[in-house]
Design a protein around this ligand. Sequence first.
Ligand SMILES: O=P(O)(O)OC[C@H]1O[C@H](OP(=O)(O)OP(=O)(O)O)[C@H](O)[C@@H]1O
Ligand SMILES: O=c1cc[nH]c(=O)[nH]1
Ligand SMILES: [Mg+2]
Length: 191
Amino acid sequence: MRQKDTSTASFRRLLREISLLLAYEVTRELDIGMQRIETPLCEMDAPLLEGKKLALISILRAGNGLLDGILELIPAARVGFIGLYRDPETLQPVQYYSKVPRALDARMTIVVDPMLATGNSSAAAIDVLKQEGARNIRFLCLLAAPEGVARMREAHPDVPIVTAALDERLDDHGYIVPGLGDAGDRMFGTK
Ligand SMILES: O=P(O)(O)OC[C@H]1O[C@H](OP(=O)(O)OP(=O)(O)O)[C@H](O)[C@@H]1O
Ligand SMILES: O=c1cc[nH]c(=O)[nH]1
Ligand SMILES: [Mg+2]
């Protein structure tokens, strides 16, 4: 995915594969219910993932690439969207959309966005979710920069971060180095 000449199709396929692996990590702590079932041999109490108690929140638009893979694993999850883009000059997030599931206070809320760079976007999205009542929040990303991790630790110390890789640093334009470039452009082929 990091290689610059990887095609849009391969980028998407790899993102889907990695999102399944990340989903596995982040759902380790999900509430497990028990359901009485009958195997061909006997009755038993079988563990069941409580998908309905989970809210997945995608930070548009790049978050949708991670969301698709996770939904394959947990199809019953409730889904919300927070639309943010990062102003290229100020590196501050600009919000243009928000639609999240009700009763967030009663759900584990997993926020997904492939890139944690300055951390401004994820911190702002989590501000919105906390205003909506979310308390039990995780942040799931593909690549994180140390600067973004520090920003999140300061703004939302209660929110654990799950990432596939921790990169070296940010460049002067707020891009993760070595990184993979603009995740949204690469997954949607907009550049
Ligand atoms: O940690 P930050 O410095 O805030 O940067 C990370 C944000 O930048 C990217 O979104 P972008 O603004 O490119 O929008 P897009 O998803 O629509 O491409 C990325 O998907 C994050 O949301
Ligand atoms: O490296 C980066 C930083 C922010 N957003 C991206 O898509 N990539
Ligand atoms: Mg982008």
